[in-house]
Write a protein that binds this ligand. Structure first.
Ligand code: PLP
Length: 440
């Protein structure tokens, strides 16, 4: 009676997991090269995380946040804020990425209501982005296919271009000039919408699932920050997928030299051991609410769930204790080298891009023209099937270019993966791609 995401084929039954592997009921093992959807940063069954969860369950499994705070939620907030970019002062704990985005959108709107600018009602975000599947998150998201059938239900959002140098960098244009061109486009979109009507620009610091790991060009986010400041609008960075160490720094924006007004985090925050997400907010936004209404007009039953906070705190402490950010950087360099060696001159690999342990491989029919495969062939689904048949979990997606055309594969292995695992990932992925293409 489970209503699965897809009705077409039966799924294997996952019965166990350890380290970088998941096991199914038929005894097959799968090397988790994508952490599900860039979630399982510590792999599966990490003993320190399980112990912290057991201890919290024995103490207190649940307390509603309108009645109590808990030590574990306070400790997690302290841990996160002590390591957060400058000025971020509070953490609002929810149960996942979409909830984090919804909370960020409402917090941004309430901030302007509190400071006497209630006319602000417009969000600006990017095409080929993903911010979640609830209606607010879907509206700011720029995944045309996901939005299409729900479009009549979505709030009005202005979308601008993604930062996608592989396809959009012009001949003779430097990456820096491209970044400035994109910032000018954002500026024009804000002016067209009416700068005093815009609430925020919302963007993934490193684009994730929709276009396959789009890393920003140098200077892009600094220029974006400048545009937002000039118009007095907020910068909301969505680091649900790319944050919490995935790109080699705790927050991806650290590498861009910008500080957001609000940042959303989720997947790697709890590593999948429990559902958890969070919004980290600048002090002035929190103070506007506390000295104004005296509350944030938002909430869910499972805010700050103690077991989720315990799991998350344990995940974050392991990352720090075991020096895993440095490991992400060195393993990321190793994975990049392996991907480029094995797939760099593959006739149907157009681009290999990424940062840390977050990589995208874009597949093309023709390298010279960058023409994609016919979307009717659903190449991405074939790659996923062929990889699973080889005991490899990857995160392929179609619609890379415009929501319809293009195919890519996202790799996001656990931070604990050794070079032998990374090598195995690439060795299984390459024949999976070949088999998928051969089957078209
Ligand atoms: N934002 C980004 C950047 C994501 O990648 C995702 C999920 O993939 C979300 C938001 C939504 O998170 P969730 O699926 O936990 O609701």
């Amino acid at each position: 009676h489970v209503l699965h995401r897809q009705f077409a084929h039966a799924l294997p039954v996952a019965v166990g997991g350890r380290g970088v592997e998941i096991f199914d009921s038929e005894g097959r093992s799968y090397l988790d090269a994508s952490g599900g959807a860039a979630v399982s940063c510590l792999g599966h069954a990490h003993p320190d995380v399980l112990a912290a969860m057991h201890a919290q369950i024995d103490r207190l499994a649940y307390a509603h946040t309108s009645f109590f705070t808990t030590e574990v939620a306070e400790s997690l907030a302290n841990h996160l804020i002590e390591r957060a970019p400058a000025g971020l002062s509070h953490a609002f704990f929810v149960s996942g990425g979409s909830e984090a985005i919804e909370a960020a959108l409402k917090m941004a709107r309430q901030y302007y209501v509190e400071i006497g600018q209630p006319q602000r009602s417009v969000f600006v975000s990017r095409r080929q982005s993903y911010h979640g599947n609830t209606l607010g998150a879907l509206a700011v998201g720029g995944n045309a296919w996901r939005r299409a059938q729900f479009a009549p239900l979505l709030i009005d959002v202005t979308h601008v271009s993604p930062c996608y140098p592989y396809r959009d960098l012009r001949e003779g244009e430097t990456p820096e000039a491209y970044g400035r061109r994109l910032a000018a486009e954002l500026d024009a979109a804000i002016v067209a919408a009416g700068p005093d009507r815009v609430i925020a620009f919302v963007a993934e610091t490193v684009g994730g699932a929709t276009a396959g790991v789009l890393t920003p060009v140098p200077g892009y986010f600094r220029a974006v920050r400048e545009v937002c400041d000039r118009h007095g609008i907020l910068l909301v960075l969505d680091e649900v997928m790319c944050g919490m160490g995935r790109t080699g720094t705790l927050h991806a924006c650290e590498q861009e030299g910008v500080v957001p007004d609000l940042v959303t985090i989720a997947k790697g925050l709890g590593g999948g051991f429990q559902p958890i997400g969070a919004v980290l907010a600048q002090r002035r936004i929190v103070e506007a609410m506390s000295s104004g209404s005296g509350f944030f007009q938002h909430g869910h039953t499972y805010l700050g769930h103690p077991v989720a906070c315990a799991a998350s705190l344990a995940v974050q402490r392991v990352i720090e204790r075991d020096g895993l950010l440095a490991r992400v950087r060195s393993s990321g360099a190793a994975l990049e080298a392996m991907l480029r060696a094995r797939l760099g001159s593959h006739p149907h690999v157009g681009d290999i891009r990424g940062r840390g342990l977050f990589w995208g491989v874009e597949l093309v029919r023709d390298r010279a023209s960058k023409a994609p495969f016919d979307p009717a062939g659903q190449l991405h689904a074939r790659v996923k099937r062929e990889a699973m048949a080889r005991g490899l979990m990857t995160y392929p997606m179609g619609g890379t270019i415009d929501g319809r055309r293009g195919d890519h594969i996202v790799l996001a292995p656990p931070f604990i993966a050794g070079n032998e695992h990374l090598g195995e990932i690439v060795e299984r992925l390459a024949p999976a791609i070949d088999a998928a293409i051969a089957s078209l």
